[in-house]
Write a protein that binds this ligand. Sequence first.
Ligand SMILES: *[C@@H]1O[C@H](CO)[C@@H](O)[C@H](O)[C@H]1NC(C)=O
Ligand SMILES: *[C@@H]1O[C@H](CO)[C@@H](O)[C@H](O)[C@H]1NC(C)=O
Ligand SMILES: *[C@@H]1O[C@H](CO)[C@@H](O)[C@H](O)[C@H]1NC(C)=O
Ligand SMILES: *[C@@H]1O[C@H](CO)[C@@H](O)[C@H](O)[C@H]1NC(C)=O
Ligand SMILES: *[C@@H]1O[C@H](CO)[C@@H](O)[C@H](O)[C@H]1NC(C)=O
Ligand SMILES: *[C@@H]1O[C@H](CO)[C@@H](O)[C@H](O)[C@H]1NC(C)=O
Ligand SMILES: *[C@@H]1O[C@H](CO)[C@@H](O)[C@H](O)[C@H]1NC(C)=O
Ligand SMILES: *[C@@H]1O[C@H](CO)[C@@H](O)[C@H](O)[C@H]1NC(C)=O
Ligand SMILES: CC(=O)N[C@H]1CO[C@H](CO)[C@@H](O)[C@@H]1O
Length: 575
Amino acid sequence: MFWLTLVTCFLFVSWGTAVDVNWYKNIIVYQIYPRSFKDGNGDGIGDLNGITSKLEHVADIGAKALWLSPIYKSPQVDFGYDISNFTDVDPNYGTLADFDRLIAKARRLKLKVIMDFVPNHSSNQHPWFQKSIRKVKPYDQYYVWRDAKIVNGKRQPPNNWLSNFGGSAWQWNDVRKQYYLHQFATAQPDLNYRNTALNQEMKNVLTFWMNRGVDGFRIAAINFMFEDAKFRDERRSNKTGIPKDDYDSLVHIYTKDQNETYVTLKSWRKLMDEYSNRTKSDPKLILTEAYTTHDLTIKYYNAGSNVPFNFMFINQLNNESSAMDFKRLIDKWVRTVPKGSVPNWVVGNHDNHRVATKFGRRRAEQIIQMSMILPGISVIYNGDEIGMVDRNFTYAETVDPAGCNAGHNRYYLKTRDPERTPYQWNNSTSAGFSTKAKTWLPVNPNYKTLNLQVQEKVYYSHYQHFKSSASLKKQAVVARGSLKLIIYPRYKILSISRTLGFDTVVMLFNFDKVSVTLDAKTALPFSSDLVVHTVIGDSDFRLGTFVSTDSITLPQSSTIVFTTPNLFWSKNEDV
Ligand SMILES: *[C@@H]1O[C@H](CO)[C@@H](O)[C@H](O)[C@H]1NC(C)=O
Ligand SMILES: *[C@@H]1O[C@H](CO)[C@@H](O)[C@H](O)[C@H]1NC(C)=O
Ligand SMILES: *[C@@H]1O[C@H](CO)[C@@H](O)[C@H](O)[C@H]1NC(C)=O
Ligand SMILES: *[C@@H]1O[C@H](CO)[C@@H](O)[C@H](O)[C@H]1NC(C)=O
Ligand SMILES: *[C@@H]1O[C@H](CO)[C@@H](O)[C@H](O)[C@H]1NC(C)=O
Ligand SMILES: *[C@@H]1O[C@H](CO)[C@@H](O)[C@H](O)[C@H]1NC(C)=O
Ligand SMILES: *[C@@H]1O[C@H](CO)[C@@H](O)[C@H](O)[C@H]1NC(C)=O
Ligand SMILES: *[C@@H]1O[C@H](CO)[C@@H](O)[C@H](O)[C@H]1NC(C)=O
Ligand SMILES: CC(=O)N[C@H]1CO[C@H](CO)[C@@H](O)[C@@H]1O
């Protein structure tokens, strides 16, 4: 079992600084969506100084690393995922000097900073694209250009590929008299990774940010980096009831998951390893985002990703999944992670409905708990630690291009605005996010009662439950203990336990709508030595007490965490 071999190994280098090669193997990564986290200058849009002012919160919840969604210079057609300069900060978010201050404060708080890296395209306003249009060398080859196909004397796109946002993936350019490829918005031309100069250019971008102190990169939609070199048509999918030009109407065998992607990732891994070797610093973290099959996801480990995102909570489970469903998927992940690597558990992100909306608040808490006790890395989206929920948007309010492009009747299926509303700090103006009453996206009206300040004061809040389970993440028993998953009785209760030496954590999950009673001796073999550590749901268990009865009753939708007493006391020092 690989986690037993995760002995923390420190490498001492010449002048005595310790390089921790395993620093990321048992941590919480906290995703910050900069536009919506904290507005430092009162313009209604979140920014770097706002984030810097709230870094204590990131440390408070027990995160070791924060990942910033894009802050690069951008026309904001796709809110930062359309980049016009990969080595500059967008004025909406601040300046490079603000970024340096953020890094400096993060260092003081012992937080690592991870940048989003968006390799599949640039903005059409990027100077490279402007030069590519005019065929200025070497930029002429930086993008994917093709001649038109002439059908019955009329100009047609070179093949049938479709954009993620709907419609052809090809856009005609009247200056260059060719089509360029855009797998996302028209304003986001795809970069051409078959070109050596472009490849080097992107490596320089990574080095630029490493020089500024960045500890790693989250690589966005990495599986879109390459397309079929022969530009073959994709075949139609069997999905019904969707428009002919909807992205889902084709099977994407030629525009996604191409083998060359893994080769390029390996070259980035090498670049970063050489960098950390040269500067005698901790290894850089690579997180990769690819919505793809399990096997193709696992393959990213071998190409150098430390965290190929595991989207099982997002894609494969829902509010009706059973204990068995959870166990099956967890087992599969743990079993297939290569030796020396660790699994990861993505609870939510800015592209999917909030975990508390999708699963309901109670089950969202259960999932967060689970992500904290399982071996490896827990990835938390900002706001999920206080149980923020989606806000509904009308079509008129929608700003996300994925929603706008889908049109009036289907926007709500595609828009990502609902999960991107401003962070709810307290009950004052704009939830404490901004001093301005009108913010870039409206604040969820539930902020008066659902906010961090309220939850900090209440012992049984979503936030306190979060902190309680996060305190376990820091323990050696979760870092290196053995893992056991059991289902009983009659397939209702999932037990996840970790053991290391004399330390034990047992989490019992009831996902059912009825209460379930278990034999204490079966469920908790060492019950007399365990105390109640955390309770989620309506239960009579008192925190810190030993389990003295022969049976344990788990109310509907509840989780009870039992630990050896030492872990309970260290939580209370921590929380
Ligand atoms: C990006 O911005 C920096 C700083 O403003 C500037 O020096 C650099 O030339 C820009 N890069 C490109 C490709 O425009
Ligand atoms: C539709 O296609 C998917 C895979 O592309 C396949 O798994 C599924 O069985 C197909 N369904 C039908 C009804 O043909
Ligand atoms: C991609 O690589 C796999 C092995 O990693 C191989 O089986 C497959 O044929 C390759 N596909 C193409 C299109 O080269
Ligand atoms: C970095 O250093 C480690 C340890 O000395 C070594 O194993 C590895 O090959 C080096 N990697 C690169 C890319 O230089
Ligand atoms: C799951 O969510 C759906 C849609 O929100 C709802 O209709 C259903 O009742 C929920 N099921 C459970 C078991 O909570
Ligand atoms: C949001 O929209 C969904 C789908 O239209 C609806 O089921 C839900 O009740 C709405 N929620 C609120 C708070 O209006
Ligand atoms: C609400 O939160 C904001 C941001 O943290 C802070 O500036 C403001 O003082 C807070 N308001 C109250 C009443 O606590
Ligand atoms: C706002 O929050 C503060 C602190 O949690 C609380 O004392 C106050 O009563 C709240 N005000 C309103 C109007 O809810
Ligand atoms: C790899 C990459 O850059 N992916 C991005 C492509 O564009 C869409 C839309 O802007 C983003 O959501 C992806 O992250």
